[in-house]
Write a protein that binds this ligand. Structure first.
Ligand code: DGL
Length: 252
């Protein structure tokens, strides 16, 4: 069984790619929505939450965990790997494919403040984006809107205009909540700007880590530390066969 974890509903954008690749796999998803957003909380706080959620996922039977949150990956993946036996798959800042795809030599990355502070992001930029101008845009307010099931058109317009105005011809979705705003981001950016979503690559990496091993019968269970309404609506949009009984609020 694959455990999937995010600060909230955003990790569903990764789960969508996981089920597309491995539909027969069992999945348990935890949205830490009562403690979302993680974007500007302390690394210690995020490690504490990642630890509590991981314990729950293991208790529910996960034998691999996808940390479907760029912010939690940045703060906690080293701790998790050092603390538990199961494999952890984290989010990769998709700076390399973005740098390769850019013609203008300017790439925009939309992510949380904590993701930009992490060494994973900094190392990736150093390694793959030399000679490229990387515009780092903190998507303040976007995660909160997606958690409410809203599309914050004004904020999206502002962040996209700022990146495109500086010449970006590729925009990286550096937070797993943002694919739920992809249509709006794309509409604001226009047809000449490419949007890079790392979720398919993370799903493919998960399949490699599992080595083709599908452990289950296609069960799905979703827990949230907060309200399940938006989680249910987004997940059911991805898999219409889900039923209300698949969703539960849990206190951890
Ligand atoms: N989905 C999380 C990410 O990928 C959102 C972080 C937050 O809670 O601010 O970074």
């Amino acid at each position: 069984m694959v455990g999937v974890y995010d600060s909230g509903v955003g990790g569903l954008s990764v789960w969508k790619e996981l089920v597309a690749l491995m539909p027969g796999q069992d999945y348990v998803y935890v949205a830490d929505s009562a403690h979302c957003p993680y974007g500007e909380k302390s690394p210690e706080y995020i490690v504490g939450r990642a630890d509590a959620v991981t314990r729950l996922l293991l208790e529910k039977g996960a034998d691999a965990v996808v940390v479907a949150c760029n912010t939690a990956t940045a703060a906690a993946i080293s701790y998790l790997r050092a603390s538990y036996q199961v494999p952890f798959i984290g989010m990769e800042p998709a700076v390399k494919p973005a740098a390769l795809a850019s013609v203008s030599g300017v790439v925009g990355v939309l992510a949380t403040a904590n993701t930009f502070k992490g060494s994973l992001y900094r190392d990736t930029v150093m390694k793959y984006a030399s000679g490229i101008t990387v515009i780092e845009k903190v998507g303040r307010g976007l995660v909160e809107a997606v958690e409410k099931g809203e599309i914050p058109r004004g904020l999206v317009r502002r962040y996209v205009d700022e990146m495109v105005g500086e010449g970006a011809d590729v925009i990286v979705l550096g937070c797993t909540h943002y694919p739920f705003l992809e249509d709006e981001i794309s509409r604001c950016a226009g047809p000449s700007v490419r949007i890079v979503n790392p979720a398919p690559a993370v799903a493919a990496q998960t399949m490699r880590v599992l080595d083709g091993h599908v452990s289950g019968t296609g069960t799905r269970k979703f827990y949230s530390t907060g309200d399940t309404a938006v989680l249910r609506s987004l997940a059911t949009g991805i898999d219409p066969s889900l039923s209300p009984a698949d969703f539960e609020t849990i206190s951890i």
